[in-house]
Design a protein around this ligand. Sequence first.
Ligand SMILES: [Zn+2]
Length: 421
Amino acid sequence: MHFVTNAPILVRISLYLSIFCTIIAMDDPNYYAYQYNSIGTKPKKIHVLDSTLREGEQHPGVTFSNKQRIQIAWMLDYFGVDQIEISPVVSSDHKEATKTIIKQGLRADIVAHVRALKEDVDVALDCDATWMATYLGMSDIHLKDKLRITREEALRRAVETVEYAKSHGLKMRFTMEDASRAEPEFLIKMCKAIEEVGVDRISIPDTVGIMRPNGMYNLVKAVHDQIKTPLDVHCHNDIGFALANAFAGCDAGAEQIHTTIDGIGERTGIPALAETAVALTYLYKSPNNFRLDMLMDLSRLIEQYTNIVPYDSKPVVGITAYKHKAGTHLAAILRNPAAYEPIEPRIVGNRRRIVFGELAGKNGAAYLMSLLGLDQNDEHAKAVAAGLKNLRMGDLLEIPLDDRLEKKIINDTQIKVKPGK
Ligand SMILES: [Zn+2]
């Protein structure tokens, strides 16, 4: 009876809801994509540890000065990462940098990364660290050919290191190096043993980048099912799956992703901070306070300090990430940039660029003419487009769009091609 009385109201509510959703869908071009993305998952907080100062410095040819290390730490903190990793045991310079960065009292945790040895834990303590991280190879190849110890010895060493660090009041993360190639039962045994002695976080790395996303999901889930300690994922990019694997690990229960600015690191590196932060914000709807508009500046800073120029088409920070060239794309972009852009370039500190040349087409030509103050109509625009094509000189002109030109693109009715006479 009650239900029957309320039925018209329910029908009305569902009608209003569907109208509301349609309005949102019309307003947000990504609406349906986000709907697919969210099926079966709820947004959750995923943290970011940036390891530019540790993993990044392991990139061939990269070394920072202490001034640079301190500046990078400040900028990462201001950007909003949760933890910043640095290794104080590499050199006396690194130790000095670690000490100084810890003294800054930044909002992010500063994680002193050391080997699983008591004397290294002492170095972290000497730096006044609150957080430290250590690692030990878990796979048979690492145990046999790198460390030359048995599984039992590794277990003892890991437990002793955690006990030692915890007895000195440190918070600590333990990295199960080469976890993706370790014997599964031994890996779980190791995680349980260090959990018992109070480890604060456990990192599950794919050290050689051999996993596919589903494999990483299964690996992290196997550990997560047995362990309560919060998990990190540290995925290498040897086959190009680092970012996808890191997120697959989070889908399986991990709560923190390791990144570096521009993804620099050993060999082919790890997930780039820019891609991770944008994916967390827009694709995963993970709550955060990232200052995404710093991403280009962070990338430029690292480029300046390392001389490693990000490749043109690098997502988010690449020079062509927001460059539009083909005539059909240009025509759409001139009406509404969202037609070919997932998010606004200004959000990540990048800039939209348009390229005029043989692919510009009629609309591109008309826009170029309006920029030059030339009178345009359909026939003139067609003639200019044909002229650009006939020159066979590829891209002739590239225009970065400042605010004034952006407004012109969106609002200027002048660029609309008038019908020819
Ligand atoms: Zn690594």
